[in-house]
Design a protein around this ligand. Structure first.
Ligand code: MCN
Length: 748
């Protein structure tokens, strides 16, 4: 615990000077001599048989090195995650296209402009097939089929709990909540630069959260040994979960480099990114929550349809988090949750910050607010009456074991810090005066799960002869500040200045192994691995010192910068001296005993123009508990970014298809990503309830801000107009939707 305490400093992000002065090394910064440019020919229709591909005109254009279709490259199709084999995604579509943006061919040319011109000349003859866009309809028997061979569109279906969950309830509220489809839209879109390594293998710079998985998938798709592929992620300009799937383009560009014997680069255009990169969320939730008249919860039933997009991948797993977490921070004795994940003729659905957990929080927190209205009870009081009081570990009816928590404290702190009672008074006053600008106050108490899927991560440490400490981590930062975090850990454990620590990650040619960054796993797993490696190195160095000084290891003291015999400071040996002959090395594969459950409570206050339906967040208080905090500054940054994305989902963003499967939000003019003008100042407060599952006591925080904020903002908007009879509004709650809801509640 002494070490943990030493780690809590707000060390400024070491990567920022590099990143904000343009000295970062992103994939786009990799310039290789003679590099060719790839541009993909993508389907312009949502569902069709490919009758013919005419590439003759394109192939003769200036600078074109080739126009390639699936048969030219032989890149293997893959079913990702536990997806049915019949729904596997081919690297390039050769028989059927299944969404607008599905890649059909790839043009390689000397310049990107030449490749774009040639791609425009590739003529694809389509025989249209029936399109299915709505997941609820896709899940029905007799629907048009996205993958004919499968026989239905069901990628996955599961149920937890049992019928009768609402039995005995005196009050039951019902809701249909749409958790809309979102685009991740990272600043840096998907991109790859691949070059042959001269020995039959290749090096590929890829913007990804999971370099080792990309390596393995490229190797498998190309029939190479994993050791023949080196993947380097370098700096990554945001991932938000959408750089967790591996993309067929990564294997195709790699295959092209090998085939042509030259480096090849591919960068998505923004409009291409919006249709081709995976999307997230996309659930329709039918929810019933039952309680007694005093507010005591009795049971929860939920039926969820999740959209998998054209080729099911990670979307399959997400309801598996939504379901068990749908009882949230409450004692709900009985529950039943059923989910079906259906393929549609839309872009692939995968993870987006929170991946299944914001959906769970919205599900239960919307239902709690509906129940509060029904019972005429203050939403804070209803929450208070039902919160899990402990003791921890606490096993939920769905079988998740919450490691540690103090949900009531998070609620009370959020209420107090936001002046909840004061806002309620102001809300009443405005309503009584008949003000045009109404107030809404929204609460969201949440619990989420981190450290999911793979419970293991790799860390290594090496001390060089000049005293430089090099840390290797198997995680891959896309903006989370790992260089700072891991350096902080190494500095504290080794007792060296942070300035001498270098962090290397996201390069499969340098780091031994790693599972990457997702599910807010990096600190608890990667950080614990780095810590373990450093502790092992201290012990090794202590023994080496003892040997050199001909002393007993038990008499050797670890002091700042090195080691000394106890009581004899003059005997000190520095790390550099110990490493003079050969570097000192140690590594650890840390395995976490169980997953961790961060929690918190967000309060959003919105001001809403009742004449136009325009709502703005004027105050947002976030109380989050991610266990023991390593660096409050990193944590605050994560919460800020997460809340921005939560506000964005609640009020602005939605990726929209028309019934024919045409995407309607293919630029950042149509896809309403908020700017700083729409995001409120965010007030953050932290609790620290350590997790027993790792030596740092840490839980994840990378997604918490999104998970906590979305439902708080949604609840606030609906709360603003609840006195007018509005019971629910789906996200994004743009002015038209809010205005229509008000009109509908007042009888049109
Ligand atoms: N941290 C801390 N104390 C804790 C927990 C975390 O100081 N108790 C710090 C960590 O040291 C790390 C940061 O907070 O610097 C986030 O750590 P963690 O919660 O372990 O999450 P990951 O690093 O694994 O990040 C993944 C998470 C996910 S899943 C998405 S999606 C997401 C996110 O992080 N995408 C991001 N944050 C993002 N931030 C940026 N800038 N860009 C993205 O794409």
């Amino acid at each position: 615990m002494a070490i943990n305490r030493a780690l809590g400093g707000a060390v400024p992000r070491r990567e920022d000077p590099r990143l904000i002065t343009g000295a970062g090394r992103f994939t786009d910064d990799v310039h290789l001599d003679g590099c060719l440019h790839a541009v993909f020919v993508r389907s312009t229709v949502a569902h069709a048989r490919i009758a013919a591909i005419d590439r003759a005109a394109a192939a003769t254009l200036p600078g074109v090195a080739g126009v390639f279709v699936a048969a030219d490259l032989g890149v293997k199709a893959r079913a990702q995650f536990p997806s049915p084999d019949e729904m596997a995604r081919p690297a390039l579509a050769s028989e059927v296209v299944r969404f607008v943006g599905d890649a059909i061919a790839v043009v390689v040319a000397e310049t990107r402009e030449q490749a774009v011109d040639a791609a425009n000349q590739v003529a694809v003859d389509y025989t249209p097939l029936e399109v299915i866009v709505e997941p609820g309809l896709a899940a029905r028997r007799g629907s048009a089929l996205v993958h004919e061979a499968k026989g239905d569109n069901i990628a996955f279906e599961f149920e937890i709990g049992a019928n009768g969950a609402l039995e005995g309830a005196e009050v039951v509220v019902h809701g249909r909540f749409v958790n809309q489809r979102l685009a991740a839209a990272p600043i840096e879109a998907n991109c790859v630069v691949a070059e042959p390594d001269g020995a039959g293998g290749l090096r590929a710079w890829v913007s990804t959260q999971v370099p080792f998985r990309v390596r393995d998938d490229i190797a498998e798709a190309l029939g190479l040994a994993e050791s023949s592929v080196r993947v380097i992620a370098g700096d990554v300009g945001g991932g938000f979960g959408a750089k967790l799937p591996t993309y067929p383009e990564q294997a195709v560009v790699s295959a092209l480099a090998l085939k042509l014997g030259k480096p090849v680069r591919w960068f998505e255009y923004r409009s291409e990114n919006l249709v081709a990169m995976s999307h997230g969320r996309g659930q329709v939730q039918h929810v019933s929550l039952g309680a007694m008249r005093d507010g005591k919860l009795v049971g929860l039933e939920a039926d969820v349809v999740a959209d998998a997009g054209a080729y099911p991948t990670l979307a399959i797993g997400q309801p598996m988090f939504t379901g068990p977490l749908s009882t949230g921070v409450y004692v709900i004795p009985r529950m039943r949750f059923h989910a079906v994940v259906a393929a549609t003729n839309t872009a692939v659905m995968a993870a987006y910050r929170g991946a299944g957990r914001p959906e769970a929080t919205s599900l239960i927190e919307r239902a709690m607010d509906m129940l509060a209205v029904e019972l005429r009870m203050d939403p804070a009081e209803l929450r208070r009456r039902n919160m899990i009081p402990g003791p921890f570990p606490y096993t939920t009816p769905a079988g998740f074991t919450y490691d540690s928590g103090d949900y009531a404290r998070a609620l009370e702190l959020a209420l107090e810090a936001s002046d909840y009672a004061g806002w309620r008074r102001e809300q009443e006053a405005r309503r009584a005066r008949g003000d045009r600008m109404l107030l809404g106050i929204g609460l969201s108490s949440y619990v989420e799960i981190t450290g999911i899927l793979t419970p293991m991560e790799h860390g290594a440490v090496r001390v060089e002869k000049d005293g430089t400490v090099v840390i290797h981590a198997g995680t891959a930062s896309s903006g989370q500040g790992h260089e700072t975090a891991y350096a902080q850990i190494a500095s504290a454990v080794l007792r060296v200045p942070i300035q001498v620590v270098r962090v290397a990650a996201a390069d499969t040619g340098i780091v031994r192994s790693g599972d990457g960054t997702y599910g807010s796993r990096s600190l608890q797993l990667g950080g614990s691995a780095v810590r373990g490696a450093c502790i092992a190195l201290v012990e090794r160095a202590r023994e080496e010192t003892a040997r050199r000084l001909e002393a007993d290891a038990g008499d050797i003291e670890h002091v700042a910068g090195g080691f000394a015999v106890k009581g004899a400071p003059g005997s000190a040996v520095t790390w550099a001296q110990l490493a003079a002959g050969a570097p000192l090395v140690a590594e650890e594969d840390f395995i976490q005993t169980d997953q961790t459950f961060p929690f918190g409570c967000h309060v959003a206050v919105v001001e809403l123009d009742v004449e136009t339906g325009d709502a703005r967040v004027i105050r947002h208080v976030a109380v989050d508990d991610c266990g023991t905090i390593l660096n409050p500054m990193l944590v605050e940054g994560q919460i800020h970014g997460g809340v921005a994305q939560g506000v964005a989902q609640a009020l602005y963003e939605e990726f929209v298809y028309d019934p024919e499967g045409n995407p309607l939000t293919t630029s950042l003019i149509d896809y309403a990503m908020p700017t700083i003008g729409e995001i409120p100042a965010i007030e953050t407060l932290h609790l620290e309830t350590p997790s027993p599952h790792n030596p740092l006591g840490a839980k994840g925080v990378g997604e918490s801000g999104t998970i906590g904020s979305t439902a708080a903002v949604q609840n606030a908007v609906i709360d603003a107009v609840s006195h007018l009879g509005v019971r629910h509004i789906d996200m994004p709650m743009h002015p038209m939707r809010v205005w229509e809801a008000i009109r509908a509640a007042q009888g049109g």
